[in-house]
Design a protein around this ligand. Structure first.
Ligand code: CMP
Length: 245
């Protein structure tokens, strides 16, 4: 019996192997896909799922490979990347708790559209196409949830393209730092917000469409002006107002 079925029958309570799963309501609240489902329907979906742990840096989806599974993130973070023939990486998006991925190949039957790589230890729910497609056919609210999740992603991509076209590097970087601070920020003693998400300058560059060198130049300028502080590959924003356009 899979871990999730066992956990579901046990009112989905925490166990050693399913530590990240705390309660069904919590999972539903954090997930657009699951948000419209009533608890009984959610339990029957979870009974079809298994749980998978991924260590940081593990590749969960490989671009170009066939894909038959949908993933729901229980805890942790992943990045979605495209890579060039010369090994350059562009981060297309970040995925965290409650979000889904792997739906594209699952739905259209084509190959995986991008690489998805864990950036920290991650717990996933995994649902196979043969179980998921009949479930959404029978549950219009799950189908609506899937559309909502995909619409949200399309909106983000529209903004990304708009920013790439209309903002210069300084403004794109400032905007990305503000967003990271909003999502992963912790207030720190002495004033300011620490971004609790380890991200290298190379990765920041691939998020904003710039080289590591240019990102480094702008970050150093902000550090000199007292806007930012860098400490053990985390960033502290000391003057958020200076990052606003
Ligand atoms: P799939 O193509 O099956 O495998 C790779 C997954 O990455 C894809 O499904 C989506 O779930 C996800 N993905 C692709 N593009 C993006 C993006 N721009 N932002 C976030 N996730 C994405």
């Amino acid at each position: 019996m899979c871990a999730v079925v066992a956990a579901t029958q046990n009112a989905f309570t925490p166990r050693a192997t399913a530590k990240a799963i705390v309660n069904v309501e919590g999972l539903r609240d954090s997930s657009l896909l699951l948000s419209g489902l009533d608890i009984e329907d959610l339990r029957s979906l979870l009974a079809l799922a298994s749980q998978r742990s991924c260590k940081a840096r593990k590749v969960v989806c490989q671009k170009g490979e066939p894909g038959h599974e949908l993933f729901i993130v229980l805890s942790g973070k992943l990045k979605v990347c495209a890579s060039s023939a010369f090994g350059k990486e562009a981060i297309l998006g970040l995925i965290e708790d409650g979000e889904i991925f792997g739906e594209m190949a699952l739905i259209d039957g084509q190959e995986r559209s991008a690489n998805v790589i864990a950036v920290e230890d991650t717990q996933l729910l995994v649902i196979h196409r043969k179980d998921f497609l009949p479930f959404i056919e029978a549950h219009p609210k799950a189908c609506m949830g899937l559309l909502m999740a995909m619409t949200q992603r399309l909106r983000k991509m529209d903004v990304l393209i708009e920013d790439l076209r209309f903002l210069d590097l300084k403004d794109r970087l400032a905007k990305t730092l503000r967003q990271l601070a909003q999502e992963y920020g912790r207030t720190v003693v002495g004033g300011g917000v620490r971004i609790d998400f380890k991200i290298s300058q190379e990765e920041l560059g691939s998020l904003v469409g710039a080289t590591r060198e240019n990102v480094n130049k702008q970050i150093r300028a902000w550090v000199d002006e007292g806007v930012l502080e860098t400490s053990q590959s985390t960033l502290i924003i000391r003057q958020m107002d200076r990052l606003c356009a």
